[in-house]
Design a protein around this ligand. Structure first.
Ligand SMILES: CC(C)(COP(=O)(O)OP(=O)(O)OC[C@H]1O[C@@H](n2cnc3c(N)ncnc32)[C@H](O)[C@@H]1OP(=O)(O)O)[C@@H](O)C(=O)NCCC(=O)NCCS
Length: 326
């Protein structure tokens, strides 16, 4: 027998306030044409005043639990990927734990910026396979609107708020045949030498403020194209698969041109890519589970479909995960 971890439910939440590119053009010197042509973004959602990351995460989590047919009491592990926790401490995950009525197990946050969901999924996959935990919530939730510098139009237009969650459950199977079921593999990387290409210029230990996003856009673009191509190929090779075996690419939604470049590398048809960047902008750790949930709700992703998820973010961090849905 062997333990595998399976994705058994998903859910997401977007704050109600929708801000279009034209809305932004009333506030700063930009245009719909500039933003859309460089990024593919048309609009984003911003959390309301008093609406915090844990509030978004909670709704996404509740929807994922309901979709999986389990309750908060069944959960024994919660990992939230976030860069914008409600408080410096404790973790946003413990707030979710309390609010879903979960009184056991462990809950903690993972800080890998836009790669947070992939890192959290990778950790949870490993933890479930030890047999120590049975039912996990992996959540990506961020309110990056709180870190925007409105004096920096290059970054201010790129980000939005949201949350997405998946339920991941440990299942005992007879030794599984290759590529059959559950999470097949995860691959995570970091390179701290590139820290200064994308960072937030605040922090409790330095400025005692949360700070603002600072980014070297062109370099980040270049590293994203290279690192994502490399990590998707690593994931495929580890499972003896090729791009044409993938049913759906569910990429981090930072920039449509970056996604197009990964699709080209994989030689995948464009209609097999879940694209939400136009509606959500870059929601950091939330973007993959948000996109996944949208495609599942629309009936595009079906039980047994092979998903390739990938992301890159500040750190730099990057990673990929291959999994069968359901
Ligand atoms: C940010 C990004 C869209 C900028 O595109 P770019 O083509 O590199 O643009 P540049 O920074 O060279 O700026 C080009 C011009 O547009 C201007 N500009 C920048 N932001 C603008 C905005 N929001 N609206 C209008 N003009 C803008 C610049 O001032 C510059 O003007 P200049 O030529 O007169 O100096 C692009 O670099 C990018 O997508 N990088 C990756 C970002 C990313 O995905 N980050 C998250 C990773 S998780």
């Amino acid at each position: 027998m062997e333990i595998i971890s399976k994705l058994t439910g998903c859910g997401s939440y977007l704050p109600q306030n929708v801000v279009t590119n034209s809305d932004l053009a009333k506030k700063i010197d930009t245009s719909d044409e500039w933003i859309f042509s460089r990024t593919g973004i048309k609009q984003r959602h911003y959390a309301a005043v008093g609406e915090n990351t844990s509030d978004l995460a909670l709704i996404a989590a509740e929807r994922a639990l309901s979709h999986a047919g389990v309750t908060g009491q069944d959960v024994d592990l919660i990992v939230v990927g976030t860069t914008t926790p409600d408080r410096t401490f404790p973790a946003t995950a413990v707030k979710v734990q309390k609010n879903i009525g979960c009184v056991r197990g462990a809950a903690f946050d993972v800080q890998a910026v836009c790669s947070g969901f992939i890192f959290a999924l990778s950790i949870v996959d490993s933890m479930l396979k030890t047999g120590q935990f049975k039912t996990a919530l992996v959540i990506g939730a961020d309110t990056l609107s709180r870190l925007l510098n409105w004096e920096d139009r290059t970054t201010a237009v790129l980000f939005g708020d949201g949350a997405g969650a998946v339920v991941v459950q440990a299942v005992e199977v007879d030794t599984r045949s290759r590529n059959e079921d559950g999470i097949l593999s995860t691959h995570i990387h970091s390179d701290g030498n590139l820290e200064n290409l994308l960072y937030c210029d605040g922090g409790p230990s330095t400025t005692q403020t949360s700070g603002f996003i600072t980014m070297a856009g062109k370099e980040i673009f270049r590293h994203a194209v290279t690192n994502l191509a490399s990590v998707v190929m690593e994931a495929l090779a580890a499972n003896n698969l090729k791009g044409s075996d993938i049913d759906w690419l569910v990429p981090h939604q930072a920039n449509k041109r970056i996604i197009d470049s990964t699709v080209k590398k994989l030689k995948m048809p464009k209609d097999k890519v879940v694209l939400t960047v136009q509606d959500h902008a870059n929601t950091s750790a939330a973007s993959i589970p948000l996109a996944l949930d949208q495609a599942v709700c629309e009936g595009r992703i079906q039980q047994g479909d092979l998903l390739l998820m990938e992301a890159m973010g500040g750190g730099l961090t990057w990673g990929a995960a291959l999994a069968r849905w359901g």
